[in-house]
Design a protein around this ligand. Sequence first.
Ligand SMILES: [Zn+2]
Length: 455
Amino acid sequence: MTTVIEHCAIATVDAADTEYTDGHLVITGDRIAAVGPGPAPRDLPDDGTPPRRIDASGALATPGLINTHHHFYQWLTRGLAQNAHLFDWLVALYPTWSRIDERMVHAAARASLAMMARGGVTSAADHHYIFPRGTGDLLGAEIEAAREIGLRFTAARGSMDLGTSDGGLPPDFAVESIDDALAATEAAIDTHHDPGFSSMLRIAVAPCSPFSVTTDLMRRSAELARAKGVRLHTHGSETVEEEKFCHERFGMGPTDYFAETGWLGEDVWMAHCVHMSDDDVAAFARTGTGVAHCPSSNARLAAGIARVPDLLAAGVPVGLGVDGTASNESGELHTELRNSLLVARLGPHREAALTARQALRLGTHGGARVLGRGAETGSLEPGKLADVVLWQLDGLGHSTIADPVAALVLGPPAPVTLSLVGGRPVVERGRLLTADEHDIARTARAEARRLAESS
Ligand SMILES: [Zn+2]
């Protein structure tokens, strides 16, 4: 099956930031066959079926957006603990979260994925770290939801084993034993992980954070991930409270702690990384450790402003993340393009902090690198996976913005006219094709109510 997209602006986000004011894309099977200026060549290879031709006048084509950090289950606990910083917010929500079950996680994952898909996300990672005993296959529920909605998915199997009685933040009833967590993580890799080029599903090893996980589990998680050849993910350097916790408990800051426990490397990506010294930034750059930047969540939880311009200047791979929707109720990634630029300009680099094109790169190729998929997706280049979004920019909200990339990044959320994942349409004219949005909303609401009433 061949799809031809013509007459649109194109931002390829390739290494040279190649753009076309009026260009074409040819997609064959799940790959990009051609991208270039002007209309598509007329002599396309004949595979027996006539190509689908799309006149994309007034649209901008970009790589699909890539979400590098989320907690889908939080869809059921939005709008709570509105005025708390991270630690107080977590303590307020842990008791509710520890009552989730498989049906709830499935409903929350469908809603989270549907919301992102409608907003131009084609690849998503989720960090799930709460596994109450006897509540079913929670990771499996997320995987099933991702398959249904049709997004490329990285399921980061999280864990917590440091309860309050051992000096951690989560209550004891919300944590697993170290052996249970490692065994379940290994089983998830063996059952689900697909390392192939076109993979729709990868598993990562993802203990939650320094204040909810023992040093032993951090170390053994890193060993497991490396023995299996999968990626490592965790939260790091998010707040001043976390920094204080690390100094008091480990006698060092978070980045030194990560270095000690085997958690810096090209196969690691870490959420937040707000409170970083120059030495910390250099350590990330030297080791190739990636960062999932979550500007809305960092603002909502008063965590601070991540040093994204310094991370980029040092060569650190940086992608964008929604983070859980209990700390970013919007649940959308395209708004993070705008927020990453605005928030960075409030920092010391002012107007030089981040350009619109750098923001788009964070949300696309930067995210692909962070998830270890930079060679496969994240830019529009022949041979790469056909994860492509058409943003309609000739309507009320955007038609007078001079530059299409600025319209996408600085303007209001742009309507998605088409979103392809591996060449397969997932969204058309703003509508999700793979599932019924109203059903998703109804089910999520019912499950949120069931959770609220379950205490
Ligand atoms: Zn998070």
